[in-house]
Design a protein around this ligand. Structure first.
Ligand code: NAP
Length: 257
């Protein structure tokens, strides 16, 4: 079997770094990372070998990284900062830096990645997004008035219309907990968020999202699919931990908007 070369953007992020490590350990793949900060990369991975540096807002910095790859994993995201510690009884206020708004990072920055991938002849893009995007008034959209989930969905739509094979994983609330010990659940357009089975929390460990990305790169049943992803709590997953990802992806459909 020939190895596939995969570029992971957002490889210094909490989920992106797990995906990068998993691909590095998988003999089916050769992995490259894309990041902004060499110091952060060295801190996380011990060296900058295999990394390309740039900013997704500048498409030209993506071109050399993506050249020669067959797959792209998009794990970049904007994130708001707290304006100031909240006064007792008040909700914290958030804002985005003017050069890092969701429109610039989650829409334009992802569009740049998709365009660069298209120009480089990439075969498959796996994009990790977020549940909640069907609700304009979702609290995450209100944060810093950034409409982050709306911009993420616009980028997803751009990916679908690009004609490149895609897998869009809209994750539930991300947990920093071990992976591989839960039953995973897929859904469509926030149905799980609005009506979770058994009233479970609509969350999932980052490690399980990362494993789903790796599996999506290998399973034909993940091609041209867009789905929400959450997990049952570990204690309720006994005997039903997800292992057959082909079967999981077979339950999903093309992304709908
Ligand atoms: P994260 O830790 O916030 O990582 C974001 C990554 O994007 C970092 O590597 C960051 O680089 C990079 N990045 C940001 N702006 C960039 C730019 N202009 N150029 C290049 N790189 C840039 O991500 P996460 O918390 O693991 O989340 C992964 C995905 O899941 C995101 O799309 C997120 O929205 C989504 N999600 C999150 C939650 C949640 O509960 N947090 C729930 C559902 C879905 P630096 O390291 O240099 O900053």
């Amino acid at each position: 079997m020939t190895t596939k070369q995969i570029l992971v953007t957002g490889a210094t992020g909490k989920t992106g770094s797990i995906v990068y490590q998993k691909l590095k350990q998988n003999q089916n793949f050769e992995v490259k990372g894309f990041a902004r900060d060499p110091e952060k990369v060295t801190e996380l991975f011990g060296s900058t070998t295999g990394f390309y540096f740039g900013d997704i807002k500048d498409k030209s910095t993506l071109e050399s990284a993506i050249k020669g790859c067959q797959g792209l994993v998009i794990l970049t995201s904007s994130f708001p900062k707290m304006v100031a510690p909240p006064k007792p009884g008040e909700r914290p206020q958030f804002e985005y830096d003017a050069d890092s708004t969701p429109e610039l990072v989650d829409y334009q920055g992802q569009k740049n990645q998709i365009d660069a991938a298209s120009a480089a002849g990439i075969e498959h893009i796996v994009l990790v997004g977020s549940m909640g995007g069907t609700n304009e008034n979702h609290p995450l959209n209100m944060m810093g008035n950034g409409k982050i989930l709306i911009w993420k969905r616009k980028a997803e739509e751009y990916l679908v219309n690009s004609g490149i094979n895609y897998t869009i994983i809209r994750a539930g609330g991300l947990l920093d907990q071990p992976g591989g010990s839960r039953k995973l659940l897929v859904g469509d357009n926030d149905e799980l968020l609005n009506n979770p089975p058994d009233g479970i929390a609509t969350s999932i460990p980052r490690a399980d999202v990362a494993e789903t990305v790796i599996q999506a790169l290998q399973e034909r049943s993940a091609i041209n699919k867009g789905f929400d992803l959450i997990s049952y709590p570990e204690e309720d997953s006994q005997g039903a931990v997800t292992q057959d990802f082909a079967a999981l992806f077979a339950q999903t459909t093309a992304a709908k908007f």
